[in-house]
Design a protein. Sequence first.
Length: 287
Amino acid sequence: MNAVYKRDLKSYFSNMIGCLYIAFIVALVGIYFSFYNMGNGYPYFGDVLNSISYIVFLALPILTMRSFSDEIRTGTDQILYTSKASITRIVMGKYMAMVTVFGIAMGILCFCPLIIATCGSHDFKVDYSCILAVFLIGAAYIALGMFISSLTESNIIAAVLTFGVLLLLQMMTGITSFIPTTSLASFVGCIIAVIAVSVIYYTLAANVIIASGLGVTGTIALVVLYFVKKSVYASLIPNVLNKIPLTDSLNNFSLKTFDVTAIIYYISVAVLFIFLTTQSIQKKRYS
């Protein structure tokens, strides 16, 4: 793990991707910080960070696109697969390298509340809790981008797909307003979701029996529930989709509420996609 971590971290700075990403984030936040906090005397850095966080997240594909797709394209993935290190350690090494680059950018932003404090009123708890939340959301999105990168050998495709998924997550609240709230619509949506999970499992594990079992069992359970208690499906899909976006809970931190549930959610999403990446690479190792 340490060898992979050091190699990847060094590569991010040797090819300037890491430096460019950090410079972009610091410059972007610096402009807003100078205008709102310093120019207009607005004492809450967390609010400013939350308002532009979507740009910070949409730039993450720059970091994640090369994580595994570059290894697959150049053939160096075979070296990783045949190494003594476990796939989990390899994945964690790459993941931690990307999180470190992102963490450096967030670490530099930690000086902003200190600058505000020298000029007047401030609230360290709110500002630093917002920075922590943005860091954890970024770590979760990095895990998502790493998983997408493990599915293709093209850096461009990995970057575009990751950007598209992150953009979709940012727009999720608006999209759900167009989804019907009827029980039938949610029922159909649940069926589609079960089929999608089965397909994803088959793609990762290549086990047609278990994948088919998941699909059939899940579909039967949903059908039975629909006829037994149809009201359960009312507005189910829109309500579930509205809870998916990680950034929706950022406002809680700005309102002086340390949302422990949101913190657990961010970490859970990161762990989920690290696990999926491990399974994806594990399949390639033995194929």
